[in-house]
Design a protein. Sequence first.
Length: 516
Amino acid sequence: MRYTISGELHADERMKFDVLIVGAGIAGLYTALNLDESLKCCILTKESVEISNSWLAQGGIAAAISTDDTPGLHFDDTLIAGAGLCDPGAVGVLVKEGPGDIRALVKMNVPFDLNEEGVLQITREGGHRKDRIVHAGGDATGRETVKSLARLVATRGNVAFLGHSFFADIITDEANRTVGALVIGQDGEYIIVDCPNIVIATGGIGQVYKTSTNPSVATGDGIAAAMRAGAGVRDLEFIQFHPTGLHSPEAEDRAFLISEAVRGEGGLLKNGDGVRFMQGAHELNELAPRDIVARAIFAEMGRTGTDHLYVDITERPREFLSARFPTIFQECLSRGIDISKDWIPICPVQHYLIGGITTDLHARTDIAGLYACGEAASTGVHGANRLASNSMLECLVFGRRAAEDINAVMKEGVERGEAAASFEPERGMTGGFEEMRREIQRLMNDYCFVVRNEHDMRDALARIQEMKRQLEEGFAPGRDYIVALNVATIACAILEAAIARRGNVGAHYRSDGENL
């Protein structure tokens, strides 16, 4: 299936830009800020800038900026967490160039937290052997960074925002080069955007799962569109499940995250009897890499027959906790949990897609003019398991690199025709899309979670493939149909990759797998 739209398309509007950036998180905004101001750029957002994984990010940004740290140590920690599957070249770029991007954010007046001496406050998270995490607003680094970058982008005369609009398809020419995009506007109108460069910065795929820290917009739209256009994807089996989502007895559209930084500040993982179960499981105890912590929690819940465990940070004073973790403190308090006195109930939840659209060191995909950065991309940095707080650094480094490559290409001159998509014959479908999405989420949560096995995954894949076939053979105008198609596409790709990789490594763990 090449395009989502069936039948003859009558575009209600046509726009022309040099660059279309899909997504207004940190990756998309930082890319825009590094584009040459002579280039006409459009940032497309599915909702608003306040609804993104970047906005919700709590922990911080990792970079070797302290006097006792080096890019080499950061490099080593990243490779260890990635379980031997990181691309050393990509990691080298990340750790060497990352400190420069942190300095750039400081110059852009991102309000990073400072210590008593007025210099950047630096902390530690799981998998890091040095303090190298900078943060803002205590536990609101993503929000504060996005707000600062968005304000700067808004001052750029070459950048336009297209809000509440849905990215449907990438349009390519006969030579498989990017020439434009098909977009569904706020009022359901079809818009053709002519552009020789598209940057996919659409974030993750959390809504493929029933329980996720991702917002409602994280349905993998950019990745699915890239797959339809023929772009390569890799490592989709590596799904990071955050060990400490806030447990809720009621079903929620988005799980609230208890940041790893809470454990970095002394939070201890305990079962209901108060026993610390991470001691002896890993040399870093509670600060072990996330895949190890998630599996330990999953196993302890199974052993004790419970659906949640606890983080205990009651040794820290109330004043410290309310200042260091204001968002977490207030959210827990609103649920009747005073984290200075009460243990925090937690359980693993889907959090981050480690794989994604395959890119090179300049964020280029295998389609000319198509770039990807941030969570939607697979740069090779994370390997089999993302090291905490490397994700926002990856957004910065490779978003900037995408912009630099576009600047160079456009300076040389790019001649492309207008977007002209050839759509398939009319297909008909009446609905049931929400029900399909809910069934896919349940299957993925039940059969492709922290621990998987081939038998269950094959059963889930067969059912989701059947729903995907129905969607491809049918069509209904509007977003609901395309979102269901995207979720089914991504779920099938995840399951196929997880079935194909028999060896247990990093975030991918099968009870019937081979321990490597």
